[in-house]
Design a protein around this ligand. Structure first.
Ligand SMILES: [Zn+2]
Length: 297
């Protein structure tokens, strides 16, 4: 299509000679349809991409519904088409959304940004639930600003400014983390699944019973020894609170949560993927405020 337009322009110029290159000049200004197209795996990355790109890009997330697991997702042909039209694809990486890597690799013109390896320099095998550390989101914003600045240098200052404002917008979360950290540092905390690990690390807690969380994440039954040690931690109050990923339910997890409640261990409810139509900041604040409330008890 583009080539045809060019040919017509050149022919027109030959025919009419000096009558005004400007009239036939191919449009360099991005029109609505010339906006950079960005596709992300989950809505949390769409939010940061939108914040950084502003009006200069169309951003869409493949997964926006909370009942769809990014780890088990199978892309439809409509999604494959969407990715084939994109100039920038933002994936979590680390095997979390491998389906998107595959689709992006089929599109030779796309720039694939994998947050795990490209932005954070992490290796396969690292915990993939990266967005739970607000610092990781800040780094992603700056990285995307650089990617977009290279693709569209004219709007470089917009992208850089937008990234700075996005990082600024995370302040309620980073401030609350800083406020809680002196009280949470060193506390023993167990997760039903390792989804909140980066936030717990930011809070300086000591994560215990990791084998249990790992087994649940993998869909395996925790071994009797792992279960016994977790139950003993709960019964002996060796746990400041239990972090429960409410998006996964299994009888094993339900039993542990019930046991924790019976022993007055506070439960912090988190979700792996963002509640629909909730901002990242509100989502993280709702989780952190539960911890704040526990500390004030
Ligand atoms: Zn997960």
């Amino acid at each position: 299509m583009k080539r045809t337009i060019w040919l017509i322009n050149i022919l027109a110029l030959i025919v009419i000679g000096t009558v005004g290159w400007a009239v036939f000049k191919p449009q360099n200004q991005p029109s609505q349809s010339d906006k950079i197209k960005i596709v992300t795996s989950t809505s949390v990355y769409a939010q940061v991409a939108k914040a950084v790109a502003g009006d200069h890009a169309d951003v869409s997330a493949v997964i926006t519904k909370q009942n769809v697991s990014p780890e088990d997702y199978e892309p439809t042909s409509a999604v494959a088409h969407e990715v084939s039209q994109a100039q920038v694809v933002v994936a979590n990486g680390l095997g979390y959304d491998a389906w998107l890597n595959k689709l992006a690799k089929a599109n030779t013109k796309v720039q694939l940004v994998q947050v795990g390896s490209d932005v954070l320099g992490l290796k396969d095998g690292a915990n993939p639930h990266l967005w739970n550390d607000p610092e990781n989101m800040a780094k992603t914003a700056h990285y995307l600003a650089d990617v977009l600045s290279k693709k569209d240098p004219k709007h470089r200052s917009d992208y850089q400014k937008n990234a700075d404002s996005y990082v600024q917008s995370l302040k309620p979360v980073t401030n609350l983390v800083a406020e809680l950290k002196p009280k949470t540092s060193g506390l023993k905390v167990t997760e039903t699944e390792p989804v909140f690990e980066y936030m717990l690390n930011a809070l300086g807690v000591q994560i215990t019973n990791e084998d249990f969380a790992e087994a649940v994440e993998e869909g395996n039954d925790p071994s009797p020894a792992v279960l016994a040690s977790l139950r003993s931690d709960i019964e002996n109050h060796q746990m400041a609170f239990l972090v429960d990923n409410t998006q996964t339910t299994s009888s094993t997890v339900t039993n542990i949560v019930d046991l924790a409640k019976k022993n007055n261990i506070p439960i912090v409810k988190v979700t792996e993927t963002s509640p629909e139509n909730q901002s990242y900041v509100d989502w993280k604040l709702s989780e952190l405020k539960q911890i704040q409330a526990i500390l004030h008890q």
